[in-house]
Design a protein around this ligand. Structure first.
Ligand SMILES: [Zn+2]
Length: 311
């Protein structure tokens, strides 16, 4: 497989308060992991910064304006947008570069520049609802990428698979009544943000939630993937798979109690590549979401990208 990686130094400059789990060191840990000789073949590119208008693919203008208003002007200043979400003076640039990376990744897989792409960006996006920044997220990168694929390349069926340990409430909110996007999520329940029960299926049955009880591990995760996520994907026959790749279900992660190991992310990636091979001409776009233990994050992201490269 030809695998492209989008990265950018601006992702280190979205600053959160001391002790906040979503911190620049996360990016440094991934950069070190992907600097290993195993990743020599990765096609590394700087993520382009998206225009503000790109945000409107998945969010109303009022939300864009509200976020822009809350970005502090002074370097060193930090503004709290809501309970868990903070902005520093460079946050808008970082967020728009994450959006730009996600859109460029879609361009690459539809124009044949890469089979699959990993976008190593922060902050994450899957908690951002249509009109609400929350849970460290400002704009929903996965949703914007899906809309871009539909609008620019005529994608008819886009699947978003979210294995972050937290439910992707934002993505579910945006596509609740949209039968052209399948949203599948494995996540711990109960846990933040509280949504993601099995009976939340969307207006057209295109939302598939597979909640996991606290303290379960690889077996339960793989079973949920095999019994809920993969059959839904096989039936849907997506022409693009977008992964909301959070690595906070790793056993070392401090924010949750699911006990996955790095190999589980390798396994899940492999299963999604098989489906992408069948229906999507291999097109997979993977977007970094959570993962707050630096060692667990580096190991898991490394194995995930290695699997993308091997196919
Ligand atoms: Zn998470």
């Amino acid at each position: 497989m030809s695998t492209r990686l989008y990265e950018h130094p601006i992702f280190l400059e979205h600053v959160t308060p001391e002790g906040h789990p979503e911190r620049p060191d996360r990016m440094r840990a991934i950069n070190v992991a992907l600097g290993h000789p195993n990743f020599e073949r990765l096609d590394r590119k700087e993520a382009p910064q998206a225009n503000e208008d790109a945000v409107l693919l998945a969010h109303p203008e009022e939300h864009l304006i509200a976020v822009m208003r809350q970005i502090p002007e002074e370097e060193g200043e930090i503004n709290q947008l809501e309970a868990d979400t903070y902005a520093s003076s460079k946050s808008l640039q970082a967020v728009l570069t994450g959006v730009g990376g996600a859109m460029a990744a879609v361009d690459d897989v539809f124009t044949g520049k890469a089979d699959n792409v990993f976008v190593a960006a922060r902050p994450p996006g899957h908690h951002a609802e249509k009109s609400k920044a929350m849970g460290f997220c400002f704009f929903n990168n996965a949703a914007i990428a899906a809309r871009h694929a539909q609008k620019r390349y005529g994608a008819e069926r886009v699947a978003i698979v979210d294995w972050d340990v937290h439910h992707g409430n934002g993505t579910q909110d945006i596509f609740w009544d949209d039968p052209s996007v399948l949203f599948c999520s494995t996540h711990q329940m109960p846990l933040y943000p509280g949504s993601g029960a099995k009976d939340e299926t969307g207006k057209h049955g295109t939302i598939v939630n597979a909640p996991l009880s606290p303290n379960v591990g690889s077996d339960h995760f793989r079973e949920a993937f095999k019994s809920r996520v993969l059959p839904a994907l096989n039936d849907f026959r997506p022409d693009l798979i977008i992964i909301s790749a959070g690595f906070d279900a790793h056993h070392r992660d401090p924010l949750a109690q699911i006990n996955l190991v790095g190999e589980d992310f390798d396994w899940a990636t492999g299963r999604l590549l098989e489906i992408a091979d069948k229906s999507a001409s291999n097109r997979v776009v993977s977007l970094l979401e959570g993962g707050y233990d630096l060692e667990g994050l580096a190991e898991s992201a490394g194995l995930h990208v290695l699997r993308l490269m091997k196919g």
